[in-house]
Design a binder for this molecule. Sequence first.
Ligand code: NAD
Length: 335
Amino acid sequence: MRLFVTGGAGFIGSNFIRYVLREHPDWEVTNYDLLTYAASPETVRDLEGHSRYRFIKGDICDAGLLRDVLPGHDALVNFAAESHVDRSIDGAAVFVRTNLVGTHTLLEVAREVRVERFIHISTDEVYGSRAEGKFREEDPLAPSSPYAATKAGADLLARSYFITYGFPVLITRSSNNFGPWQHPEKLIPLFVTNLLEGKRVPLYGDGLNVRDWLFVEDNCAAIDLVLREGKDGEVYNIAAGNELTNLELTRRILGLLGAGEEMIERVPDRPGHDRRYAIDATRVRELGWEPRYTLDEALELTVGWYRENRWWWGPLKERMELPAWLRSAGRREKP
Ligand code: NAD
């Protein structure tokens, strides 16, 4: 298999590349990534020199470069995206460009050069919020944030390429991931690294928003399975069934780092903050997937990784800025 991975210098993409190089000794991987603020070249530094790995710096909106480098690959997995909800609230233009125009460009060129499988990586956020029950893959999309809206648009474009052209597109929609190599702007790494630095953790609103947490390694295994055995045109929800309120999650993190509740700082809520995400993952389970890690095991592994890898997250955190609504609410220091 010659695999073309976009966004492979980011969080899930880099974990996925490591996963497939380890699990499939005869696979070759091309990592195509623009190296935006969200990616550190350090994330994939250790892969340099690997005989079955190649890195290309490129933009998924650049059809010309894609036409040069994509031919010869059997499958494409599209992780590349603007991925931070808070940033999309501050300014959605780059989200529209990368998530919509970029996905469209990839679909066009991949179809032109006859890539045999196109896995589009999406999110549970496209369904929007729901108080009870779980979303199935056929449920209508009702995204709330500009981020989720661009992801939903990309999903629909990807789906249309299957229906209109018979192009073999498959979509995965996973719940919130966490694990090694996740940018410290995201909730779990932000809280863990703040506590490692002796700082408080900023909890949005009443802390009762519910998310279903998925260890990145388990998501990588599911994506790999969908890539090999999924059905063309199908959507697969991926979730492990670890629903927690943000407050419950924060307490677990405080416990793992030996910190007390006084380390929680209540901050104004994110505008449009979805209350609860919940997806039904029966379809991917029927394909043979199940999570290998419990939430507690995975959280412990993750905290251990951030403890040992300050060299990686320290410089990324130095460059981070607070979202605009928190700045205007008077919280001017860095989190
Ligand atoms: P990330 O922000 O860590 O990584 C995104 C990567 O894409 C970065 O390496 C960045 O440099 C690259 N990129 C951005 N714009 C690009 C462009 N125009 N051309 C080429 N590369 C570009 O994101 P992540 O958390 O690893 O998420 C990966 C994918 O999974 C995204 O599509 C995201 O929507 C989806 N997803 C993420 C989660 C999560 O919890 N992190 C959950 C569900 C779905």
